[in-house]
Design a protein around this ligand. Sequence first.
Ligand SMILES: [Mg+2]
Length: 146
Amino acid sequence: MITKAIEKAFRRREEKQWEKTYWAIDLHETVIEPNWKVGSIPRNFYPMAKESLQMISMRPDIVTIMYTCSNPHEIKQYQEFFESHEIRFDYVNENPEVTNSGFGFYDHKPYFNVLFEDKAGFDAEEDWKDVYEYLISQEYKKDLFK
Ligand SMILES: [Mg+2]
C-alpha cells in the first residue's frame, strides 16, 4: 500500500526534523495510460492521479522526481503537459539535493522516500484514490500546518 510508504516518510520526517520528503514517480502505467505509440506522448491520467499530483505539487515539503525511461525529447513534452495541469516535477531521474555521504551512495540510484511505480506494486487504477484521500485527511492537515 502506497499510503503506508507515505505515512512512513512523514513519520521519519517528523522524527528527524527533515524539511521535506522526496517522492519518485514513474509515468507509464503509474500516472498515465501508455498509448504504445512512438512520436506522441500519452495524455490520459489514471483516476485521481491528476488531482493527487496537483495536491502534491502544492506542498512545499514534497519534492517530486519524475522517474522514467522516456526519451529526452519526450521528457520535455511531459514537463509541458504536466505544467499545463499545474503539476510540478522538480527533477527528472535524479535528486541533486541528496548527495553521497556516509549514509548512502547516490550516483546510480537517486535518494527518495516514496516510490510510485507500477512495477513495484502500485495499482494505478486503484491506488491514486487512496493517495488523494490520505492527502486530504485530517492527518494530512495536521501535518501541513505543523
Ligand atoms: Mg511504468
